[in-house]
Design a protein around this ligand. Structure first.
Ligand code: CP3
Length: 321
């Protein structure tokens, strides 16, 4: 989960000040940060320490990640002219440190799987167009509906960027990949299906031959779950807004990932434990459930609570497949 490490004192100590993009460019540091949550929590997989805007930043689009805000773009994508600034991403040339981090982390993980990831075309486009995190996605939707040809070209380029990035991570040793379409929940199903799903489907199709499990993640995507599965994912992320048993009914034949509300972890332990058990109960022992939080760890969360959640899931979920 994004920012699993953010609440850890050892993360803050190692990461220091400065842009997260600088930390990501240091494979030794990034591999160590990748391992921290595994050591601390005993989770069953690690997620690569990187960010969804790394490829766009690496080709010089002018993206930074501002602490407390998120991705910020100096000159946002506004017209067909900006396509010139979006050249193809060559992982081994533009961002060799990512594959190097994967190689180092995989070696140190010693059998614990590493999940590689990329931003989905829609979510990355929303940052490039808005220039910073948005609540309404006004400019993004204006382009989707007002300049659909430009929009489709942009999404296709971002799909290619995700594909080359993910293939290089798998090549370097990642055992699963996750496509983060965190903000797709801002869309209605018909708009998603017409203007977003084809680009994400292109990414999943390109990864099929690798044979690694493909996870598709979003927040507030209850109405999109079936489409997100149909885009070609093997596993679909579910946030806490949809009970896991309901989500499973919407996703026949797919594995699911989720779905404890991260904010629930701030409640008294008995409540956290009950909500954790409720997620497992709703899965009902069906195979193909990755237990996790519906979204990122809140920075103020006490790491001891997460450790206790992981232990509880390991105890209770032993026959959960
Ligand atoms: O758990 C991890 O640390 C794994 C590595 C990881 C990061 N970002 C590092 C990070 C992953 C998997 C991501 C993905 C990511 N980045 C997503 C998709 C997943 C999701 O949570 O929805 C998105 C939307 C981003 C963009 C982004 N980067 C945001 C919104 C923020 C938060 C800004 C803030 O400070 O609240 C970031 C910064 C960021 N990326 C942090 C980390 C650990 C935290 C701040 C820091 O250490 O600088």
């Amino acid at each position: 989960m994004r920012q699993a490490g953010r609440s850890l004192p050892e993360y803050r100590a190692l990461r220091g000040e400065g842009s997260i993009l600088d930390a990501i460019q240091d494979p030794g540091l990034s591999a160590e940060i990748t391992l921290q949550p595994v050591r601390r929590y005993g989770v069953d997989a690690a997620i690569l320490f990187s960010d969804i805007v790394v490829p766009a930043a690496a080709i010089g689009f002018g993206v930074d990640v501002t602490p407390g805000i998120g991705p910020v773009v100096a000159e946002p994508f506004r017209s067909a002219d900006d396509l010139r600034r979006l050249r193809p991403f060559e992982p081994e040339v533009d961002a060799p440190y990512v594959a190097e981090t994967v190689r180092l982390a995989v070696k140190e993980l010693d059998g614990t799987p590493l999940i590689g990831f990329a931003g989905a075309p829609f979510t990355v486009a929303s940052y490039l167009i808005e220039g910073r995190p948005s609540r309404t996605y006004g400019r993004t939707k204006a382009m989707m509906h007002g300049a659909p040809d430009l929009w489709r070209t942009l999404l296709d380029r971002l799909a290619d960027m995700a594909i080359t990035s993910l293939l290089s991570q798998v090549e370097a040793g990642a055992s699963a990949i996750q496509l983060f379409d965190s903000w797709a929940g801002a869309l209605s199903p018909d708009v998603y299906e017409d203007l977003v799903m084809p680009a994400s489907a292109k990414v999943f199709a390109a990864l099929e031959a690798t044979g690694v499990p493909r996870i598709h993640f979003g927040v507030g995507t209850g109405e999109l779950l079936a489409l997100m599965g149909a885009a070609g994912a093997d596993v679909v992320g579910v946030d806490w807004r949809v009970p896991l048993d309901v989500a499973r009914d919407r996703l026949p034949g797919k594995a699911v990932q989720g779905n404890l509300d991260p904010a629930v972890c701030l409640a008294p332990w008995e409540v956290v434990a009950e909500r954790t058990r409720d997620v497992l109960r709703r899965n009902g022992g069906r195979p193909g459930h990755i237990f996790n939080l519906g979204h990122g760890v809140l920075p103020e969360l006490d790491p001891e609570v997460l450790k206790a959640v992981v232990d509880l899931v390991h105890e209770e979920g032993r026959c959960d497949g």
